[in-house]
Design a protein around this ligand. Structure first.
Ligand SMILES: *Cc1c(COP(=O)(O)O)cnc(C)c1O
Length: 380
C-alpha cells in the first residue's frame, strides 16, 4: 500500500493564536485544520465532498485502505495484530470487549484507576463473569497507580484490563505493565499515537477513540491479536452478541459493515498523515515528554500543588490546584486573558487541568509554562 504524499507543511503548525487545552475533543494542528478546510468541498477532485461520497465508491475505498495502512504504520502495529475502525466510542467498547475475549462464567481481571477505568469495571460487574478487581485506586483517591508487580492476578484470568492514561486525574503508567501469560487489554483513548512502548507480545487488544490524539470524535480504532480475533467468532456467539457489534464481522468487511463515519475517518487520515510527516509516534512521544517537563517543572517550582504521585504523572493531562479554591478561578480567568483556554478541572475533581495531546504544540506548552511562572511571581 502506497501512502500518498500530501501537500501540507508541517512547520505551519505553530500559527495558532489561541492555545486550547481541552481534554477531548482536542486541538488539531493548524496544518490539519487548514487542509481539511481546503479539501472539504471537493475532496477527491471529482466535485464531491467527503461528507457525501458513497462508501462504495473507489475514492472512498482508496481512502479507507490508505487510512488502515497509515494506522498500522503510525501505531506501529506488528503483523500479529489486526486493525479495524469502529463507529463506537471507547465506552461502547467497555462492554463489547469482554464479550469477545471471555464467555459466561470465566474470569477476567480489572483495574480501577480513574473515571473511565471505573466505568469499564461497572460494565463487566453487570456481566456473568468472575471479576478480579486487582487494583482499586479509590482507596487513595486515584493519586497513584500502585505497584503492578505486586498485584495478584488469578491465573485463570482471560486478560487484565488497564487504562494507560487517566485523563481526569492525570495519572499514566510510566511503563505499561505486563503479567506473564495473561495478556493485557489497553484503553489507550488518550495515549495511542503518543507512546512507542506498547508491549505487543503481551497485548490482546488495544482500543482508542480518535478525538484526543489522532483525529476527531465519531470513529475509534481496535487493534486485536489475530488468533483472538479468530477465537472471538465462537465466543461472541456464546454471548449472543449482535453481528454489527462483532469485531470479526467489522474486520471481514474492511471496517465498512455499517456505512462508516466517512468524515471522521477522513479527518483521522489527515491527522495520521501529519503525525507520520512529523516523524511518527516517536516524535509525538518526544514532544509529549517535553511538554510534560515544561509544565511539571512549573508545578514543582512552588505555589502550585500537583494532584498525583510523581512516579505516575500523566504526559497528556496536567492536573494541579492552587492553595485556595478562589485562586483556581482567578488563575483560570487570568489565563483566559492570555488566550489560554479550557483548563478548568473535571467537575468532581476541581482545580486546573491542562490537556496537551498531539495537536497541542510544544510552543503552546511553553507559553502556558511561562504564564504559570509569571502568575507565581505576581500572585504567589
Ligand atoms: C476520553 C476517554 C474515554 C471516553 O471516550 P468516548 O469515546 O467518549 O467513550 C475513555 N477512556 C479514556 C482513557 C479516555 O481518555
Amino acid at each position: 500500500m502506497i501512502i500518498k504524499k500530501s501537500s501540507f507543511n508541517p512547520n505551519e503548525r505553530f500559527f495558532m493564536n489561541v492555545h486550547y487545552f481541552s481534554p477531548g475533543p482536542a486541538s488539531l494542528p493548524e496544518a490539519v485544520r487548514k487542509q481539511i478546510k481546503e479539501e472539504l468541498l471537493d475532496t477527491f477532485g471529482i466535485g464531491v465532498s467527503v461528507m457525501e461520497i458513497s462508501h462504495r465508491s473507489k475514492q472512498y475505498e482508496q481512502l479507507n485502505e490508505e487510512t488502515h495502512a497509515l494506522a498500522r504504520k503510525v501505531f506501529q502495529v506488528p503483523n500479529t495484530h489486526s486493525v479495524l475502525f469502529s463507529c463506537c466510542g471507547a465506552q461502547q467498547h467497555f462492554s463489547i470487549i469482554p464479550q469477545h475475549l471471555s464467555k459466561p462464567g470465566e474470569e477476567i481481571a480489572y483495574t480501577d484507576t480513574g473515571i473511565w477505568a471505573h466505568l469499564a469495571c461497572e460494565e463487566v460487574f453487570a456481566m456473568p463473569r468472575k471479576i478480579n478487581l486487582v487494583y482499586d485506586g479509590r482507596n487513595c483517591d486515584y493519586v497513584s497507580l500502585g505497584n503492578p508487580s505486586k498485584w495478584d492476578i488469578p491465573k485463570n484470568s482471560k486478560y487484565v484490563h488497564l487504562t494507560v492514561n487517566n485523563t481526569v486525574y492525570g495519572t499514566e503508567y510510566a511503563k505499561i505493565p505486563t503479567f506473564g501469560d495473561i495478556p493485557i487489554v489497553l484503553d489507550m483513548t488518550s495515549s495511542l499515537a503518543g507512546r512507542t512502548d506498547i508491549p505487543w507480545e503481551s497485548t490482546a487488544l488495544v482500543y482508542a477513540s480518535a478525538q484526543k490524539n489522532f483525529g476527531i470524535a465519531g470513529v475509534s480504532v481496535v487493534i486485536i491479536r489475530n488468533d483472538l480475533l479468530e477465537k472471538s467468532r465462537e465466543i461472541t456467539k456464546a454471548n449472543y452478541l449482535g453481528k454489527a457489534l462483532s469485531y470479526h464481522a467489522i474486520f471481514d468487511t474492511k471496517s465498512a459493515l455499517n456505512t462508516p463515519p466517512v468524515f471522521p475517518i477522513f479527518a483521522m487520515n489527515r491527522m495520521l498523515k501529519w503525525i507520520d510527516h512529523s516523524g511518527g509516534t516517536p516524535t509525538m512521544e518526544k514532544w509529549s515528554l517535553e511538554k510534560a517537563k515544561l509544565i511539571y517543572s512549573e508545578i514543582d517550582a512552588g505555589l502550585y500543588i500537583g494532584r498525583t504521585d510523581k512516579d505516575c504523572r500523566s504526559r497528556h493531562n496536567f492536573v494541579f490546584k492552587l492553595p485556595k479554591e478562589e485562586q483556581d478561578n482567578h488563575f483560570i480567568a487570568e489565563a483566559a486573558k492570555h488566550n489560554l483556554l479550557e483548563i478548568k478541572g473535571y467537575r468532581s475533581v476541581g482545580g486546573i487541568r491542562a490537556s496537551m495531546y498531539n495537536g497541542v504544540s510544544v510552543e503552546s506548552a511553553s507559553v502556558f509554562a511561562e504564564f504559570m511562572r509569571d502568575y507565581r511571581k505576581k500572585f504567589g
